[in-house]
Design a protein around this ligand. Structure first.
Ligand SMILES: Nc1ncnc2c1ncn2[C@@H]1O[C@H](COP(=O)(O)OP(=O)(O)OP(=O)(O)O)[C@@H](O)[C@H]1O
Ligand SMILES: [Mg+2]
Length: 346
């Protein structure tokens, strides 16, 4: 019997997940089903025919129905959203485990019961957590029989094999491993420094011959969420308003119009503010990078990845001034693609 391959990248901001049939990108937030519909009428009207979430029930919490999916932030009011990500002991937290089982159930929904008897999962962790007790706990949790109900249909997913790698390694596998599992020469011989611009973190990881060089690697606990928050705060000051949710800034960036669209009537352009805030953010990260790296010349190639590339790339390239830099296209999905490549080889 062949194995069924699943891969996911559970970030501070977004879950990226993939099986052989499709890909899912959805916020790393869940909500109780009872919270649906408590959103403002504007949000309800804006909702398309596709509701943008599914309903889940897990063994971990038998009496509660939850919702999760790409449209969850539109369907549920911000105060009812349950963020799953913390830097503290997240592998033992129920909401984090719930989201993991929902991801598995979502990916499983494309397969028959039989195909779910032997599932292999590849995922990542922040690099400094690899080899720790946290990794062991996470793996132990994933590698078991999960029973999850999605939209009323209960499924059993038998996860028989779990591989956990450094999150940014996904990008390297995408770039330097072919579908037969062979590695490009460059991955084995060069010193490669990746910068992953995530929602909650900016990770710098340097790899040589698959080994992460800790003295040339560092995680900075600031990411695009902080940048969105700063911009939202500046908009509040400028327009004398209160409680502008940074999610509107995120959406404005993703649409590409740089407008925080709170409602049809309330729209705030942030392009000018953004330029300044982005420059400030990048300058700070560059100072940190140079502090850790002391000598950039020891690195053969730089690679920038993570969804934040879409936001910081122009100014980053201008300020970093290195010729040998690869800007990953479709950067938010890059780690996931590498994880999936690996999963499908197992
Ligand atoms: N095309 C895009 N345009 C603008 N912003 C984008 C785009 N794609 C992704 N982003 C933003 O990039 C940020 C980082 O996304 P990403 O999915 O890499 O973070 P994450 O993996 O969840 O976070 P972390 O790596 O810190 O755990 C998010 O705020 C996301 O909204
Ligand atoms: Mg990430």
């Amino acid at each position: 019997m062949t194995k069924t391959a699943f891969a996911f990248d559970l970030g501070n901001g977004y879950v990226k997940a993939m099986n052989s049939k499709r890909e899912v990108i959805a916020p790393s937030m869940i909500a109780r089903e009872s919270a649906v519909g408590s959103s403002s009428i504007f949000n309800i009207l804006k909702r398309s025919s596709n509701k943008g979430y599914e309903v889940f029930e897990s063994q971990l919490d038998d009496n509660t129905k939850y919702v999760w999916g790409e449209g969850i932030t539109e369907a549920v009011a911000p105060e009812s959203l349950i963020a799953t990500y913390t830097h503290n002991d997240r592998y033992t937290q129920k909401r984090f485990k719930l989201l993991c089982t929902f991801i598995l159930a979502e990916l499983a929904s494309d397969f028959t019961d039989e195909e779910l008897l032997d599932v292999v999962v590849v995922t990542g962790l922040p690099s400094q957590e690899i080899g720790t007790e946290d990794e062991r706990k996470f793996k132990e949790f994933l590698q078991q029989k999960h029973v999850v109900t999605r939209n009323g249909e209960q499924r059993m997913i038998n996860v028989t094999d779990v591989r956990i790698v450094e999150q940014p390694l996904g990008t390297l596998l995408k770039l330097y491993m072919n579908n037969e599992g062979q590695f490009h020469e460059e991955l084995l011989t060069s010193t490669l420094t990746l910068l992953d611009f995530g929602a909650g973190t900016t990770i710098m990881d340097t790899f040589k011959n698959f080994k992460r060089l800790p003295e040339k690697s560092e995680t900075f606990y600031e990411g695009m969420n902080d940048l969105h928050r700063t911009i939202a705060k500046e908009l509040e000051k400028q327009h004398n308003i209160k409680g502008l949710d940074p999610a509107y800034v995120d959406e404005g960036f993703r649409r590409g119009d740089c407008i925080a669209e709170v409602s049809e009537r309330k729209k705030y352009a942030f392009e000018v503010i953004a330029k300044r805030v982005i420059e400030d953010f990048v300058d700070k990260r560059l100072a940190e990078v140079d502090r850790t790296l002391t000598n950039r010349d020891s690195v053969d190639k730089f690679i920038i990845t993570g969804g934040g590339v879409n936001i910081v790339k122009d100014y980053f390239l201008e300020a970093f001034k290195e010729a040998n830099i690869t800007v990953i296209q479709d950067s938010q999905r890059a780690n996931l693609e590498g994880f999936y490549k690996l999963a499908s080889l197992l």
